[in-house]
Design a protein. Structure first.
Length: 159
């Protein structure tokens, strides 16, 4: 819950969508302000830091994974994208770039404009209309056994 995350937009959008819940795991410098912003909306739940098993259990109950990171956060592909792919979740993101390309290639989600509540609401509604896609193909994008050879080749080429 740092300045790299567009969580204010997420909280405002979810609070205005009566059939949608939001589970937030983690902590950070903006946590107190975000909790205050979400006060009065029982559909927005803060879980604090979770262990691996707890994260997997939470993701198993979800329909959509959010990547609400600002495009200027200097993140190309966040680790949470791999977690969402492994859980078979559709993704709504505002990073663009490599993250959007991965999602688009597999029909695994959609994009919203950071800071725009209406854009996020539309994206959440649109992602529920997406077909099943191929979650297994999306997950293979993060399969270490499949990608490490290419990474080693690339890294050795830098030497």
């Amino acid at each position: 819950m740092s300045t790299s995350y567009d969580l204010e937009t997420v909280i405002d959008a979810i609070a205005a969508m009566p059939d949608v819940t939001l589970d937030i795991a983690g902590s950070g410098p903006k946590e107190a302000a975000l909790r205050a912003r979400a006060a009065g909306c029982p559909r927005i739940r803060f879980h604090g830091f979770l262990g691996d098993a707890e994260v997997r259990a939470l993701l198993a109950k979800c329909d959509v994974g959010l990547v609400p990171m600002f495009p200027d956060s200097c993140v190309g592909v966040p680790y949470k994208l791999a977690d969402y792919a492994a859980a078979g979740l559709k993704v709504v993101e505002c990073l663009g770039g490599e993250t959007a390309a991965l999602i688009n290639r597999h029909g695994a989600g959609t994009h919203y404009e950071a800071g725009n509540v209406e854009s996020l609401r539309e994206a959440i509604e649109a992602v529920s209309d997406l077909g099943a896609g191929n979650p297994n193909a999306f997950a293979t994008e993060f399969d270490a056994a499949r990608i490490m050879g290419g990474y080693v080749e690339w890294a050795c080429g830098l030497l």
